[in-house]
Design a protein around this ligand. Structure first.
Ligand SMILES: NC(=O)c1ccc[n+]([C@@H]2O[C@H](COP(=O)([O-])OP(=O)(O)OC[C@H]3O[C@@H](n4cnc5c(N)ncnc54)[C@H](O)[C@@H]3O)[C@@H](O)[C@H]2O)c1
Length: 344
């Protein structure tokens, strides 16, 4: 089986690449990534040593490049992680989100139609459902919950989901969609909440918490997300959407305090700052469908996951220090600039 994984130099995509290489050693993986600010070849250094793994630097919204890759590689399964993924950035510059997240999905699916594939999987987010009120802990996002995106990011992801389902209905493209809650774990880019707090706390810098910090997110350890996607692409039903979440709801402020406790740092480092525009209040996933149909359950509790994550950041200082200093951006040129990397 040949998997084409887009966005594999990012946080979840890279964790998925490692999960697949470990659990399906006979499969081949071709990673396509544009290497935006969020893509980091240092993250894929281990995979680059595996003969079953290949990397191509390309933009999923580049039709010519995708056509060439599909013609040459003939993937069986496409898993699309590639995206602009940071809500704050989408509020500043929405257009790039529309290009990558919507047009990129369109280009990939057109290539799938042209060359034929067994499965196109769209990695989506629970943010497409909008948010839930804090005073209704009985409410959860189900797959049938109407789409009601709040930010340019979530609107672009929701648009892509609609397009994926349109390709299923119109062209019978064998698609699946997964909508996952907030991930955390190794290789998480330092601009996101948990790594940002770990890194700031390690340097005794202030920990900026948006607004009152009471916004609730449903946290999932990234490896549990990978096991869910692996099950969906191999056993999930075509045309179906699966919610992925682990009933690990935490207020942002509670998450930050947990990180401080793990690091033995004082809560006086916390600083409340101006809230994000249109900040969603609460996300909470009902994962009943994926559990009932595919037997998936998360295996990492929040307490265990946060310990593992803090330990990982302590053990991998060079990885995040290169990002914080900007050095990671030139790593690709240094390591791979003169090598024969598969041309799109
Ligand atoms: N992080 C989360 O908590 C979370 C939760 C639910 C869903 N998701 C979804 O999972 C996917 C991966 O998220 P992440 O947190 O790993 O994101 P990330 O920002 O860490 O990584 C995105 C990757 O996509 C690449 N990329 C961006 N634009 C591209 C383009 N035009 N062509 C090719 N590659 C491109 C980047 O270089 C980067 O390597 C996204 O689709 C996101 O919407 C994320």
């Amino acid at each position: 089986m040949k998997l084409l994984v887009t966005g594999g130099a990012g946080f979840i995509g890279a964790n998925f690449v490692y999960y697949e290489l470990e659990n399906h050693p006979d499969d081949e993986i071709l990673c396509v990534d544009k290497l935006t600010y969020a893509g980091n070849m240092e993250t894929l250094a281990g995979a680059m040593r595996n003969s079953k793994f290949r990397f191509v630097r390309a933009d999923i919204a580049d039709r010519k490049a995708m056509d060439a890759i599909f013609a040459e590689q003939g993937p069986d399964i496409v898993v699309n992680f590639a995206a602009e993924s940071h809500v704050d950035r989408s509020i500043e510059t929405p257009e790039i989100f529309l290009r990558t997240n919507i047009l990129g999905t369109n280009v990939l699916m057109d290539a799938c139609r042209k060359y034929g594939i067994r499965r196109y999987h769209q990695v989506s987010t629970d943010e497409v459902y909008g948010d839930l009120p804090l005073d209704r802990p009985d409410l959860f996002f189900k797959e049938a919950t109407p789409i009601k995106a709040s930010s340019p990011y979530s609107a672009s992801k929701a648009s892509a989901d609609l397009l994926v389902m349109a390709y299923y209905r119109t062209y019978h493209l064998p698609v699946t969609i997964s909508r996952c809650s907030n991930n955390y774990g190794p290789y998480h880019f330092p601009e996101k909440l948990i790594p940002l707090m770990i890194i700031n706390a390690l340097s005794d810098k202030k920990l900026p918490v948006y607004g009152d910090g009471l916004n609730v997110r449903d946290w999932l350890y990234v490896r549990d997300h990978c096991t869910a996607i692996d099950l969906i692409i191999r056993k999930g039903r075509e045309g179906e959407t699966y919610n992925i979440g682990g009933h690990n709801e935490r207020a942002n402020i509670a998450v930050v305090k947990t990180v401080l406790r793990e690091l033995g740092k004082p809560e006086t480092l916390i600083e409340h700052v101006t809230d994000r525009k249109g900040h969603d209040r609460r996300y909470a996933i009902d994962p009943t469908k994926i559990h009932a149909e595919l037997g998936w359950l998360p295996t990492t509790s929040f307490e265990e996951g946060i310990k593992k994550t803090v330990a990982w950041y302590l053990e991998h200082r060079a990885w995040w220090e290169h990002i914080v200093s900007g050095a990671y951006a030139s790593y690709y040129e240094k390591m791979y600039g003169n090598r024969t990397v598969l041309d799109p």
